[in-house]
Design a protein around this ligand. Structure first.
Ligand code: IYR
Length: 230
């Protein structure tokens, strides 16, 4: 007799987790190949205007929403914008904030740190990329009684979901970058979001415009970022 396909805990159904046993050799190979593939991901600022089907964007967002979240509240809304007028409006509003940031809000040290990345107040990718995905975090939910119920570990949850979204975009063969116009609250207004949602990250999605150049960055070596306690 095999084990049951589900059990009940605290009155809630738990289903059997399906997993193949992977040999040590396979573990090493798979983890190495995954790293090599993920290491090819780069933040790209030069986008092609070539269309990306809506179905692709739907699949990417479904992948993001597989992320773990506090008490499985999935405290996120992903707004996917392809409407050219809306993209132009977002670009215009983002550049107003970015101009103010680059000219008055960011320290010299910060701007110096950004020099290798060659960013500035101009954000043409907001109009050129076929899609903008704006991730909103839901700080609370409305209960049936209309009361506010805070969500849990909201920043951690949406941060993980965005990381998975970025990996899904890379896996599909597309590119993105993490754009953080600051402050970002104009996005909730422009996209008509409810009061429990706050813009968290803006990700343009599309094909790269080739040839695209990215900064020659080096990633930290394992021993610069890892401490083993064995
Ligand atoms: N939000 C600005 C500035 C910026 C800040 C950091 I930290 C970056 O790594 C990159 C850019 C912008 O999006 O240009």
């Amino acid at each position: 007799m095999g084990s049951p396909d589900h059990i009940i805990i605290n009155g809630h159904k738990h289903v059997a987790y399906k997993s193949d046993i992977v040999s040590e050799n396979e573990l090493i190979k798979k983890s190495e190949l995954f790293h090599q593939w993920l290491d090819k991901r780069r933040s790209v600022r030069d986008f092609s205007d070539k269309d990306v089907p809506k179905e692709v964007i739907q699949n990417l967002i479904k992948s993001a929403s597989t992320a773990p979240s506090g008490a499985h509240k999935q405290p996120w809304t992903f707004c996917a914008v392809s409407n050219p007028m809306l993209k132009s409006q977002i670009r215009k509003e983002a550049e107003i904030e970015e101009k103010e940031s680059y000219e008055n809000r960011m320290s010299d040290r910060w701007k110096n740190d950004l020099k290798p990345l060659a960013t500035d107040m101009h954000k043409p990718f907001l109009e050129i990329a076929p899609w903008l995905i704006i991730a909103f975090k839901k700080v609370y939910e409305f209960g049936e009684d209309g009361e506010k119920h805070n969500n849990y570990y909201v920043n951690e949850s949406i941060g993980i979901a965005c990381g998975m979204l970025i990996s899904a975009i890379h896996n599909a063969g597309l590119v993105t970058l993490t754009h953080t116009p600051s402050p970002m609250n104009f996005l909730a207004k422009t996209l008509n979001r409810p009061s429990n949602e706050r813009a968290f990250l803006l990700l343009p999605v599309g094909y790269p415009k080739l040839p695209a150049y990215v900064p020659d960055l080096k990633r930290k070596d394992l021993d610069e970022m890892t401490v083993f306690y064995e």
